[in-house]
Ligand binder design. Structure first.
Ligand code: ADP
Ligand code: ASP
Ligand code: MG
Length: 465
């Protein structure tokens, strides 16, 4: 069997869903299971709905529910028979009645709990997956909807729960094998799950990719396909550089590094289940299914340049802590990381030198509180509005001159670098710049490394002693 995941823009309206049906129908011989996101933009709308409800603006919240309903009904009416549309509308209204009841409760409280927030966000995938399953049947593709909340089991952490592999595997195998045996295409909502005690959870924003990988690993899929709105993984985000080029093959390791440093095309956890089970992952364009896309494998062929791609992660802050003594002391590091853990702030980049430790983390609303707590360790300098630029490539390992090449280009653009890290795996170089300089850094580096006329001559390999 194979797993095919379609993101928000791939199921954004009836034309997109028809395209999905025709792509899936070409794969029937491989027993596809389909995972879908919410219709494009719906999860963001649900986030705004939560904010409105928490401010007790109930009528605004209910208006959003009506707008979401209208969009799904419109798509259903364009694909389904009258009878099938009526059945779908009944299911839709049952779900949206739950969303309405939840909004009413939140508005009465005047605040929202993390569990309620997750619960609200699950409605997008629930109603899109039911619509896609109904559409497949209407379009001549026998399909069965399966409720991912009952199949993917996680811990109870919000907003990004972690999957529990053995109960998930057992439930998926029990529910999905009979559907595949009957030649039905199972259709599941991505992103959504529930805890062992039945509390609804999500896998975190962008988590439908992760659902596809979890399902693929549990069912021993031959391949996992991530269908999106670009023709694979590109040398950088095409929204930053229109000349970004398709990468035909990339390693698990490189793709994970890119995803962790902001390449939205894949959720950062997606490749873990695939790596563990050695399942190849393909990234493909649902708007141009004839294009080849990118294949992600354990080992990939060498890249034409020694770099494979550049990622950009915005919304970063730096904390510089100047301690009275050498910061390498175990107590100092223990205290520093305990404070970050307490604030749920995983460190993106850490640099320790003499009496100073610098940590780059995702910006958070309680930065002020963290600063005052960090002052117990030393003098603290806080730098908000930063971004991380990360260059990835297995072929940079052991190559002389990588740092001078990268920082030479950045310096020639007049950009100041605030922190530097060369991944311990030696397959990435990341650095922190002010957010206002971030796009310019990526564009300069992309032009220098990937745009043909200025392609660098690869530096010689380091001679190992
Ligand atoms: P989906 O809704 O299908 O999950 P996403 O919006 O989450 O799609 O991810 C696709 C987007 O990721 C692209 O439109 C692109 O702007 C962005 N992106 C960021 N970095 C890259 C990259 N290196 N290659 C391709 N796309 C990228
Ligand atoms: N719909 C969710 C989101 O927008 C999950 C996903 O699409 O991957 O984050
Ligand atoms: Mg995505």
């Amino acid at each position: 069997m194979i797993v095919m995941k379609f993101g928000g823009t791939s199921v954004q309206d009836s034309a997109a869903i028809r395209r999905v049906a025709s792509i899936v129908s070409l794969r029937l011989a491989e027993q596809p299971l389909v995972v879908v996101s919410a219709m494009g933009g719906v999860t963001d709308k649900l986030v705004h709905l939560c904010e409105a409800a928490a401010r007790s603006e109930l009528s605004k919240a209910l208006e959003t529910i009506q707008a979401i309903r209208a969009r799904h009904i419109q798509a259903a009416s364009e694909m389904l028979s009258e009878q099938a549309a009526a059945t779908y509308t009944e299911e839709l209204d049952a779900r949206l009645a739950e969303a309405t009841a939840l909004s009413t409760k939140i508005a009465a409280q005047g605040k929202i709990t993390p569990a309620q927030h997750s619960h609200m966000l699950t409605f997008g995938e629930l109603i899109s997956s039911q619509l896609v399953a109904a559409a497949f049947n209407a379009l001549g593709l026998p399909a069965a909807h399966a409720d991912a909340r009952k199949l993917i089991v996680t811990d109870a952490k919000h907003p990004a729960a972690a999957p529990l592999s053995s109960p998930t595997r057992a439930r998926l195998q029990e529910a999905i094998a009979p559907l595949l045996k009957q030649n039905l295409v199972p259709v599941l909502g991505g992103f959504i799950a529930s805890s062992e005690s039945g509390e609804v959870t999500t896998l975190g924003r962008g988590g439908s990719d992760y659902s596809a990988a979890i399902v693929g690993a549990a069912l021993n899929a031959k391949r996992i396909e991530i269908w999106t709105d670009v023709s694979g993984i590109l040398t950088t985000d095409p929204r930053l550089c229109p000349k970004a080029q398709r990468i035909s093959e990339i390693s698990f390791h490189e793709a994970t590094e890119l995803a962790c440093f902001g390449a939205k095309v894949l959720h950062p956890a997606t490749l873990l289940p695939a790596v563990e089970h050695d399942i190849p992952v393909a990234v493909l364009n649902s708007h141009k299914p004839e294009e080849e896309g990118t294949i992600i494998r354990a080992t990939a062929t060498h890249s034409p340049s020694h770099f494979r791609a550049i990622a950009l992660k915005r919304n970063i802050s730096i904390f510089n802590i100047r301690a009275p003594r050498h910061v390498g002391s175990l107590h100092f590091l223990d205290d520093l990381f305990s404070l970050l853990r307490w604030h749920h702030l995983p460190s993106e980049i850490v640099a320790i030198s003499g009496a100073t430790a610098s940590v780059a983390v995702e910006s958070s609303r309680d930065a002020g509180k963290l600063v005052s707590e960090l002052q117990s360790l030393g003098e603290v300098e806080f730098q908000p509005d930063m971004a991380i630029v990360c260059l990835v490539g297995e072929d940079i390992r052991g190559r002389v001159g990588i740092a001078s090449e990268v920082f030479g280009v950045v310096a020639s653009a007049g950009i100041n670098v605030h922190m530097i890290a060369q991944g311990s795996s030696e397959i990435s170089v990341s650095f922190v710049v002010e957010e206002k300089d971030a796009v310019k850094s990526v564009q300069h580096l992309h032009r220098h490394i990937f745009e043909a006329s200025t392609k660098p001559t690869p530096a010689p390999l380091a001679v190992q002693a």
